[in-house]
Design a protein around this ligand. Structure first.
Ligand code: 5AD
Length: 359
């Protein structure tokens, strides 16, 4: 099987495939494409969840503004800097700063944090801070941020609008923001959730086909996990059996999406996501890595904050130190005959790697 064989129709057929032997063909094809196009290096990106405040009301996410049962926090600049130093000490090449869409994170303040990370460490800086205004995104790029992650979640406009209400009457168009981020000089990452209530097989197949045509450096797709303090989570608890067109948010479906994404975008960076590791703590990451993924994002958020960054329930709250987690992952990577990447791990086969901000 090659990428050229995959049409929206055949992607949908693969998404519905249940036969183990056929699925083994899919895993092998994805693993081979991964090996040929991005090689055996697995990149570790240190994730720091810098704030769990959020101005949005997304129906699926536990950080939504009106979830009153969540204790809110914002990390200080010094706390973020010590996570960055830790990431560098552990041998990571990238720091990913993620938060809810938090306008309490003042753009100038964050620009200063980015400047400090860039001057005090050699790390690449990735931001994942939601749909901020273009001026903020430009300011952060100017301050030295290298990449921006913004999942479009689903390309089905109607479903997107249903689960992702606009903020203050402003149109939310993440698909339009991605080229704008590229224009600003960011390396751009996006992706979707797998198994959103109302997501059909045909719609997920179109998402994957869309990846082929988009200039994305990173594509992250993880299973949707219901959160009891969200409208969609409450709906899941009430509703009866889903229809035949509904994509299930299962571990198996997430692997199929990773593998098919690798086939349509063989040169992309594709993570074995945390949500996958939540569904299968023992094997999720290993299976992700052997079915198309080449990136892992270990969580470096201080434990006292991490418990409150509850996008979905069941996130691992390791009692191990970051050092132990890193050792375990390095061993896992070595056991697969792969190597742990050093340095930022920009996409090397694509049209561009990390560049300096345009001044
Ligand atoms: N289950 C799985 N993933 C989720 N995300 C948000 N809420 C959930 C959920 N309930 C994902 C979205 C978002 C990313 C940061 O986390 O895709 O872009």
């Amino acid at each position: 099987m090659t990428a050229a064989d995959l049409t929206v129709r055949s992607i949908e057929v693969w998404l519905r495939e249940e036969n183990d032997q056929r699925l083994n063909e899919l895993w092998s094809a994805a693993d081979e494409a991964r090996r040929q196009h991005v090689g055996d290096e697995v990149h570790l990106r240190g994730l720091v969840e810098i704030s769990n405040h959020c101005a949005r009301h997304c129906l699926y996410c536990g950080l939504r503004a009106d979830n009153r049962s969540l204790k809110r926090y914002r990390m200080t600049a010094d706390e973020i800097l010590s996570c960055a130093t830790e990431a560098h000490r552990l041998g990571y090449g990238t720091l990913v700063m993620q938060s809810g869409e938090d306008y309490g994170l003042c753009a100038q303040w964050l620009a200063q944090v980015i400047r400090r990370v860039k001057s005090e460490t050699p790390l690449a800086v990735t931001l994942s801070l939601g749909e901020r205004p273009t001026e903020d995104l430009a300011l952060w790029r100017e301050a030295g941020a290298d990449r921006y992650l913004l999942r479009f979640e689903t390309s089905d406009r109607e479903l997107y609008e249903r689960i992702h209400p606009p903020r203050g009457g402003l149109l939310s168009d993440r698909l339009a923001m991605l080229p704008a981020l590229r224009e600003l000089g960011y390396e751009v990452g996006s992706g979707v959730m797998v198994g959103i209530p109302g997501q059909s097989y045909a719609s997920l197949a179109r998402d994957i086909e869309l990846f082929r045509t988009m200039d994305l450096d990173m594509i992250g797709c993880g299973p949707y996990i219901p959160h009891p303090d969200t409208p969609l989570g409450r709906l899941a608890a009430e509703s009866s059996a889903p229809g035949a067109d509904q994509v299930p948010g299962t571990e198996l479906m997430a692997y199929k999406v990773i593998a098919l994404t690798r086939l349509v975008r063989p040169d992309a960076n594709i993570p074995a996501t945390t949500a996958l590791a939540v569904l299968n703590p023992d094997e999720g990451r290993r299976l992700g890595l052997t079915r198309g993924a080449n990136v892992i994002m270990p969580n470096l958020t201080p434990a006292k904050y991490r418990v409150h960054y509850e996008i979905y329930p069941g996130k691992p709250c390791h009692t191990e130190t970051a050092e132990e987690v890193t050792r375990t992952l390095t061993e896992l990577i070595a056991s697969l005959g792969r190597t742990t990447g050093r340095g930022p791990g920009a996409r090397t086969h694509g049209p561009r790697g990390i560049t300096s901000p345009v001044r």
